[in-house]
Design a protein around this ligand. Structure first.
Ligand SMILES: Nc1nc2c(ncn2[C@@H]2O[C@H](COP(=O)(O)OP(=O)(O)OP(=O)(O)O)[C@@H](O)[C@H]2O)c(=O)[nH]1
Ligand SMILES: [Mg+2]
Length: 245
């Protein structure tokens, strides 16, 4: 557990769910470390604590592998937002969100916010191949580019369209018994991202952070403990990639 996690208690919890290999850990690395780096398949789960204004938000990365499926609902307990992640080049990864992962969110808050995220957009979309220079660290010296940019990687077939994701979002709301009109619009809550280039990654996380703030304020005004108990008996195994190191 990081020093930050030892000394600060989270006010609210965001959970990333989705099939193995869709890029959940890579998205978290990209956001927190401004890097795309090698990962190994996550074991159990791991969390990162993000300070957002005066509040602390815990972002939980979970394992997509079937063998860890049982842990998913524990990680979702009390979540204010869930990021349902698929791979835009893999139709099955979208189907799995509905088949396997949606029911895990039964333990989330009743007013939980959902985002549907199609990752690996760089594989199918030339725009997403452009490196997101904003997401690189400002303090790292940037190499001077003296030769022409190499040609972009040939684009792959996109198996999941934005419309498919929007349709899933609507079904998620129905599953939750929520009125579409009373919820955040699908166009706002469906994202395509690339952990590799950084495309849309900050937008995704920071949109959600802003959206969960009312949930923190509501809890505080209700006088409940707005914290997630880090001492709760959940066995948390770190990924080797160690995003909470
Ligand atoms: N091209 C491309 N590859 C990606 C992207 N995100 C992740 N990958 C690759 O996809 C593979 C899986 O990434 P992970 O982040 O480990 O996937 P995960 O969803 O955390 O997988 P589990 O931990 O097993 O559930 C790795 O080889 C990553 O390098 C992306 O945006 N673009
Ligand atoms: Mg992972």
């Amino acid at each position: 557990m990081s020093q930050a996690a030892r000394t600060k208690k989270p006010d609210v919890k965001v959970v990333i769910l989705g099939d193995m290999n869709v890029g959940k850990t890579s998205l978290l690395h990209r956001y927190t470390e401004r890097k795309f780096k090698d990962t190994i398949s996550t074991v159990g789960g791991a969390f990162f604590l993000k300070q957002w204004g005066p509040y602390n938000i815990s972002i939980w990365d979970t394992a997509g592998r079937e063998q860890f499926h049982g842990l998913g609902s524990m990680y979702c307990r009390g979540a204010a937002a869930v990021i349902l992640t698929y791979d835009v080049t893999n139709w099955q990864s979208l189907a799995e969100l509905e088949n396997r992962f949606l029911s895990l969110t039964d333990t989330a808050n009743t007013d939980c916010i959902f985002a549907i995220v199609g990752n690996k957009a760089d594989l199918t979309d030339a725009l997403a191949q452009e490196p997101d220079t904003e997401s690189e660290r400002q303090d790292e010296p940037q190499p001077v580019v003296t030769c022409p940019t190499p040609p972009a990687t040939p684009l792959q077939h996109k198996q999941v369209s934005k419309e498919d994701a929007i349709a899933l979002y609507c079904r998620v709301l129905r599953y939750k018994g929520l009125e579409e009109k009373a919820c955040l619009p699908a166009e706002t809550m469906c994202f395509e991202t690339s952990a590799k280039t950084g495309y849309n990654v900050d937008v995704l996380f920071e949109t959600l952070f802003d959206l969960v703030l009312p949930s923190i304020l509501k809890k505080k005004s209700e006088g409940e403990s707005a914290t997630v108990d880090l001492e709760a008996p959940i066995e948390v195994k770190r990924t080797k990639a160690g995003c909470c190191a």
